[in-house]
Design a protein around this ligand. Sequence first.
Ligand code: NAD
Ligand code: WQD
Length: 346
Amino acid sequence: MSTEKILVTGGAGYIGSHACVELMQAGYDVIVIDNLSNSKPESLARVEKITSKSLVFVEADICDKQALSDIFSAHDIYAVMHFAGLKAVGESCLQPIKYYQNNVYGTLVLTEVMQAFAVNKIIFSSSATVYGEPDTVKYTEDLPVFGATNPYGKSKAMVEDILKDLAQADSLSNTENPWKIILLRYFNPIGAHISGLIGEDPNGIPNNLIPYVSQVAVGKLEQLSVFGGDYPTIDGTGVRDYIHVVDLVKGHLNALAALKNTSGCKAYNLGAGKGYSVLEIITAFTRITGKDINYKIVERRTGDIAEYYADPDLALRELNWQTEKSLDDMISDTWRWQSANPNGYE
Ligand code: NAD
Ligand code: WQD
């Protein structure tokens, strides 16, 4: 068991809260900084309930240099898991400054403060969206980071560039404390903790497939629009690599262990390596929950790609990580959370 202190930015959010659980259960001490712009403190109360342990919560913005400095002064932080960020693709197209400010500037402030306090280890929540639209459906890490189609995706690519430049700068100097950076490119995280106590709690009408389907199943929304039925895929609908959020955060713990022997900046895909279509998801959801999902096939959504999934081999080889949970696990855990908490944390 480790007793190192981990700063979890965005720890009250969907993925961050699951990361807190796994970290605390592995013996780490957790300090969360979150401005609650897309989350509720109740998620952290539930984390404490699941783990029967307490964490330190600081309600602040990562753009607030003083607040971050206070945290690093008060705690001997071993490494940072950096989840804090805005993630709504459509909103980012309408409010690009907000996204660059929060995601890019926020990371600049964070890394500046880390450097000032000689904390050199960071794991960053990147996204498969940084690959843009390559000429292949199976994404490997050596594909160029190029052509993200929206400001959200571009902000992730920019942060990747900044972090790569920090590592590059080390290689040009003889620093005694070089950066150790892992970029984790998530595919489509879904599911919830098996307890049903924490899960995804989107504000307003969900943009993503699984939260939308869950809210149709629970009776909060009437009908799912399936975006496109004429893609060149198995059944004409979009295919994605869905990954259980607990598998995803376990990948972060393996990355944390790997950071000890990492030098510079390395990127890994976190995905299952297999895709499912929208109609396959709907069919599985109905089979597992017994709820019929009312849906209608409509026009394609602008910016969507037909099909992609991860090549997860590098993460297996170098992080000793692979997904363990099935699509059925992802859906039954989503449903346990959604049906027990139809209004999320409210
Ligand atoms: P989320 O919105 O549930 O969690 C993000 C958390 O960060 C929220 O609690 C929010 O309040 C907080 N936050 C945002 N800006 C902040 C700031 N400036 N200062 C302090 N706190 C701030 O999102 P999530 O799904 O848990 O995603 C976590 C990370 O993973 C994000 O960076 C996201 O871009 C990335 N990611 C998510 C997905 C996905 O599909 N969920 C896929 C790829 C990458
Ligand atoms: C999945 C599939 C849709 C909603 C997004 C971001 C990506 C990453 C993960 C952060 C697609 C279809 C969806 C609906 C539908 N996030 N769909 N009806 O677009 O693959 O990825 O989340 O980094 O950057 O873009 O996820 O869940 O929105 O869509 O038919 O109401 O479901 O067309 O084929 P996406 P999604």
